[in-house]
Design a protein around this ligand. Structure first.
Ligand code: CP3
Length: 343
């Protein structure tokens, strides 16, 4: 189906647009009371994500309520370990938890390369229903975690401030680390390609824990695998968001992708210089700026637009929305981009 609003895709490819497209990381779920209502009708996050009709409904909510220029499929980056044979649980208020972890060759042997189409059928169904119900209003973003970020959860077994067990592995057992990272990469390529066949118009790779590696390790244990994914995905534009990887911006400019996401610690002019003119930049308002009042949110958004002006840009935050942000302030952010980025 022809898209009525394809600003996101044109901006990603570096084509001219009437205004800057805008969406927000973690726009589905989290802040909307309408999301809570749907979520409370099931046992929890996992059941919601695995019920395609409901996942499609909460995917479309931010398009209706916030007026964003893209939908992002409601799922989680941790469905990949599950499809590889390592199930997770989502513990209320504490986040993801894996009853088993992967720390030895014996653990590794129990895993398989995920086949996105079959192992993650519910995501593909949710994408197909979402595409049908969106009726071409806006593009649909598919996504996956970057191999390093997924590795960190699979080895650690949960979130962590330091991910020290995962980083220990990189030093003590680089062979094991590369084997696991390659398994995750192959699974991720299958998964993203299946999402694209199901209807995803653009895909984003989230490297949420990029910033806890040093530059050399980042190159060896993360970028190398992200690069394989970028080379494999030729069907739709690819966005790479590596939180905290300020030290890798120049290298990221060489990736075979269309868009690089910036977090709010990354200076805009400096990032443009390091990454070069041939990529679209996405971001990068500090999510905490949305705790301000109307006037402050408007000003922070205008300042950001001003800094990106004249170069390829997709407006977004520098990381996901925080759960206690007022949806009214998000609407002001979206409206401000729509009104003031014209021409
Ligand atoms: O962007 C969207 O709105 C689409 C859905 C989406 C979710 N997770 C749903 C979710 C996306 C894109 C993600 C990505 C994700 N998940 C990342 C990368 C982005 C980032 O924030 O850095 C990471 C690291 C995860 C892992 C994860 N999932 C954590 C740490 C948690 C717990 C804390 C939290 O973020 O809420 C989750 C749970 C999760 N994923 C929820 C949602 C809506 C909350 C679960 C609930 O409703 O109870």
């Amino acid at each position: 189906m022809q898209l009525q609003n394809d600003l996101l895709l044109r901006a990603a490819r570096g084509e001219k647009t009437e205004r800057t497209p805008v969406w927000l990381m973690r726009q589905a779920g989290r802040i909307l009371p309408e999301y809570r209502a749907v979520r409370d009708s099931v046992s929890g996050f996992i059941e919601l994500a695995q019920t395609p009709e409901l996942a499609a409904e909460v995917t479309i909510q931010p398009v209706d309520i916030l007026g964003v220029d893209a939908a992002i499929i409601f799922s989680d980056i941790l469905v990949i370990p599950e499809a590889m044979g390592l199930p997770y649980e989502m513990v209320e208020k504490r986040g993801p938890w894996f009853p088993e972890t992967v720390r030895s060759q014996t653990d590794l042997k129990k895993l398989r390369v995920a086949d996105g189409e079959n192992d993650l059928r519910y995501v593909m169904d949710a994408i197909q229903i979402t595409k049908k119900n969106l009726k071409g209003r806006v593009p649909l973003i598919g996504f996956a975690g970057a191999p390093w970020t997924i590795f960190a959860y699979m080895v650690e077994g949960s979130g962590s401030k330091t991910f020290s067990k995962s980083r220990e592995k990189l030093y003590r057992d680089p062979v094991f680390s590369h084997q696991l990272l390659q398994l995750i990469t192959d699974s991720t390529i299958n998964y993203l390609k299946a999402q694209i066949r199901a209807g995803a118009d653009l895909v984003q790779i989230f490297d949420s824990w990029a910033g806890i590696l040093g530059p050399k390790q980042y190159e060896e244990f993360s970028l190398r695998y992200i690069s394989q994914i970028c080379d494999a995905i030729t069907e739709v534009p690819v966005t790479v968001f590596a939180k905290g990887a300020f030290f890798a911006r120049e290298e990221m400019g060489k990736l075979n992708c269309e868009t690089i996401g910036l977090d709010w610690n990354m200076g805009i002019a400096e990032s443009r210089k390091l990454i070069g003119a041939n990529k679209t930049l996405q971001g990068n308002l500090d999510p905490a700026a949305l705790y301000g009042n109307e006037e402050q949110v408007r000003k922070a958004t205008l300042d950001m637009l001003d800094e990106f002006k004249g170069s390829r840009h997709i407006a977004n935050l520098g990381h996901g929305l925080y759960p206690d942000i007022d949806p009214e302030m998000v609407k002001i952010f979206v409206q401000t981009v729509k009104e003031f980025s014209k021409g």
